[in-house]
Design a protein around this ligand. Structure first.
Ligand code: FE2
Ligand code: FE2
Length: 420
């Protein structure tokens, strides 16, 4: 291009680029020249698209604009030569839209300014390979946010070692403002939801704690009549925890079971002292009264919405059921008996055998273990018996640790209603 026509072109199009006056091929210059005339015409028609032509060398980070729509200058308030740096400085974030995943889906990748500065050479290589890019830039001009959607096609001029990006910008500030407001509202909603869940969780735990408090007071009140030392409950808790762990129950269920077994006889609060504390054998009708403690306990624990109360109710109702169906109150058999009831039944009987009762003498640990083995598949779930036998060392530790105290306490009043 001759110097004179270049000067008039510069004036007419406010051209401030490098290629038309630089050491580049005629074909590149012609291409650029025609494109600028075409884009300028588009601007004259008042197109909402802001066209631009950016240029860079593949081996250089520097980028400049060969052409920019007037409104781009107006938006950023900068001359073409400084536009690239100015634009880069004012970018806050860039949303890059990409097809990712399997199946392919359009996803939005958000980069902040720091990431963009670090990743720019890599992003440029990706654009060169793909031939086009689509992104939304958030820039801040005079303290106000501005979103520009950028659609660009990249063309590589190998002979001139130049890459041109034929791009169009659209001001999408109103749409993106709305999207940001929606995102903000969504975040606020999520925070409220989390707070609400925490509050509900806190209230639920407080409610469960108060239910547990009432029940443990009730259990302690019963212990004053039936398990004065509290050692029966303590050992039962330890035995059932050993079996529950061996069975692989999750921690929550193990915890609920260990608390629930303490309330297995809570229904005895409804049994008259004359029967509950009677010395010697019970008559059949008295035993019928004793049997009602299962249902009484279940009724007492009915309606609780915590896992603990649900397990406690099951234990209270079913700890006298037997594997062969000869137990009470409902004569359930085998897997009809809930697991918690099967575990408690075994632990309760074993503890009754190894503890002093007014109607029987204390059994030795080995004799009691033999009795449990004999009752395998009759009174007890064979699987629970097998787990019990596989953990005898742990069971013995519990018996020995708490048994001595029990012996010392044996001279005082104790429950007389059989394995309870
Ligand atoms: Fe008991
Ligand atoms: Fe009982």
């Amino acid at each position: 291009m001759k110097a004179q026509s270049l000067n008039s072109f510069k004036q007419k199009f406010n051209y401030d680029g490098q290629i038309l006056a630089g050491p580049y091929s005629q074909s590149l210059k012609k291409r650029l020249f025609k494109a600028m005339i075409h884009l300028d015409a588009l601007e004259q028609f008042g197109s909402p698209v802001i066209p631009y032509i950016a240029a860079w060398r593949p081996d250089d980070n520097y980028i400049w604009y060969e052409y920019c729509g007037k409104r781009f200058h107006e938006l950023l308030g900068t001359a073409t030569a400084k536009l690239a740096d100015s634009f880069r400085d004012q970018i806050v974030s860039r949303y890059l839209y990409r097809y990712q995943g399997n199946p392919l889906a359009l996803v939005k990748v958000t980069r902040d300014k720091k990431q963009l500065d670090r990743l720019r050479p890599g992003l440029r290589r990706v654009v060169m390979r793909g031939g086009e890019s689509e992104a939304v830039y958030k820039v801040v001009v005079d303290g106000k946010p501005l979103w520009l959607k950028d659609l660009a096609k990249v063309e590589i001029f190998v002979e001139d070692n130049i890459v041109l990006s034929w791009g169009s910008l659209i001001n999408v500030s109103s749409e993106m403002c709305l999207e940001e407001a929606l995102q903000g509202a969504q975040q606020e909603l999520n925070t409220h939801k989390e707070n609400l869940e925490l509050l509900v969780d806190k209230r639920t735990r407080a409610l469960h704690k108060s239910q547990l408090d009432v029940l443990s007071r009730l259990t302690r009140a019963l212990a004053c009549r039936d398990d004065e030392t509290g050692l029966h409950g303590k050992r039962l808790r330890a035995y059932s925890s050993i079996i529950g762990a061996a069975l692989g129950l999750n921690k929550g269920l193990q915890w609920a079971l260990s608390k629930a077994v303490l309330m297995h006889d809570v229904g005895k609060v409804g049994i008259a002292d004359a029967i509950l504390l009677k010395k010697g054998r019970l008559t059949p009708s008295e035993f019928d009264v004793i049997k009602t403690h299962c249902q009484l306990g279940a009724d007492l624990l009915q309606g609780g919405d915590s896992k603990l109360l649900q397990v406690a109710r099951v234990v209270a109702l079913t700890h006298h059921e037997r594997w062969d169906g000869s137990g009470y109150p409902h004569g359930l058999q085998r897997q009809q008996i809930p697991l918690a009831g099967r575990i408690t039944a075994l632990c309760d009987v074993f503890d009754a055998l190894t503890s002093p009762r007014c109607y029987k003498s204390i059994w030795s640990f080995d004799d009691a273990v033999d009795e449990i083995g004999r009752m395998r598949d009759i009174h007890f779930d064979p699987q629970m018996v097998d787990l019990f036998m596989a953990n005898l060392a742990k069971i013995r530790l519990v018996t020995e640790k708490n048994g001595e105290v029990e012996k010392a306490a044996a001279s005082g009043p104790i429950g007389c209603s059989g394995s309870s």
